[in-house]
Design a protein around this ligand. Structure first.
Ligand SMILES: Nc1nc2c(c(=O)[nH]1)N[C@H]1C(S)=C(S)[C@@H](COP(=O)(O)O)O[C@H]1N2
Ligand SMILES: [Mo]
Length: 255
């Protein structure tokens, strides 16, 4: 962090509301969310802190009924086996191999700031407590759709691995070589799921098979599909070109 960046983040901390909000989460300490380097990003800081101030508890996003389920388009990567869509040929080939065996050999790696790093098969994940929720997915492109998602709350997986007390962020890595992170507050939210089912069936390839993230109080962009690895970190980690910041997106998309 350069001095200039430090000044920008300190100034944004000084907006009274911002500080009160962030204290709920961080106590105004270092390792702020990634709003550095750009004055425009001060608005993101404010959105993040205001949300945390106004919604200090794990208030639930609205849930709908089966009758509300609507058609949902598949956006972004819809087939990581396709080398044109995947980030690397290696991961495209890896995904294709796993898909051919219906993900029987697929594993989710969980590591970082946990006492018991582990790898989970789909069967392992399905043996953990299950949650089903019918929610509205809102894409930054301007559409929204309602679908039913089934999976294991991320909190269950993190708890099984033993989150260390200093852990603050959960980073996700996908087969199309994209990556993103959420803070521990969203990670432990009861509606934050590692979803393996959609509308009563296995999660389709186009929607992220075998496992995708659901973070119901953020925009659809945050809900990474095609997961293979989770890393818990004590500090914010910027995945560079694989993450949203490199192409000018915000990191926090609270709705
Ligand atoms: N791995 C991966 N996850 C992703 C994307 C992507 O391109 N790759 N697109 C995101 C965007 S912008 C949206 S709106 C949702 C779309 O999910 P859907 O295809 O199931 O509708 O996935 C998100 N997760
Ligand atoms: Mo999106």
């Amino acid at each position: 962090m350069t001095d200039q960046h430090r000044i920008v983040s300190r100034r944004s901390v000084l907006t009274g509301l911002g500080c009160a909000g962030s204290m709920l989460v961080t106590g105004c300490t270092a390792s702020e969310p990634p709003t550095y380097g750009n004055v425009l990003r001060m608005a993101d800081n404010l959105t993040y802190r205001t949300q945390r101030l106004l919604l200090p508890t794990h208030a639930l996003a609205r849930e709908y009924t089966r009758g509300d389920i609507s058609a949902i388009p598949a956006i972004g990567t819809t087939n990581p086996s396709d080398p044109k869509q995947a980030g690397s040929e290696q991961n495209a080939a890896r995904y294709e191999g796993l898909r051919r065996r219906e993900f029987a050999d697929w594993r989710l790696q969980v590591e970082g700031s946990v006492t018991r790093p582990a790898s989970f098969s789909l069967t392992d994940l399905k043996s953990l407590p299950v949650r089903t929720q019918i929610t509205k997915h809102t894409c930054e492109e301007g559409w929204s759709a309602i679908a039913e998602w089934t999976g294991v709350p991320l909190s269950q997986v993190l708890t099984a691995c033993g989150i260390l007390p200093q852990a603050r962020f959960v980073n996700f890595f996908a087969f199309d070589d994209t990556s993103d992170s959420i803070d521990m507050f969203d990670a432990l939210h009861p509606q934050t799921l590692l979803a393996y089912g959609m509308n009563g069936r296995d999660l389709p390839i186009a929607h992220g098979a075998p496992l995708r993230l659901r973070v119901e109080r953020q925009l659809g962009m945050k809900m990474l599909k095609y997961l293979h690895r989770i890393v818990v970190t004590d500090h914010f980690f910027d995945p560079g070109e694989q993450g949203p910041l490199a192409i000018g997106w915000a990191w926090y998309f609270g709705i």
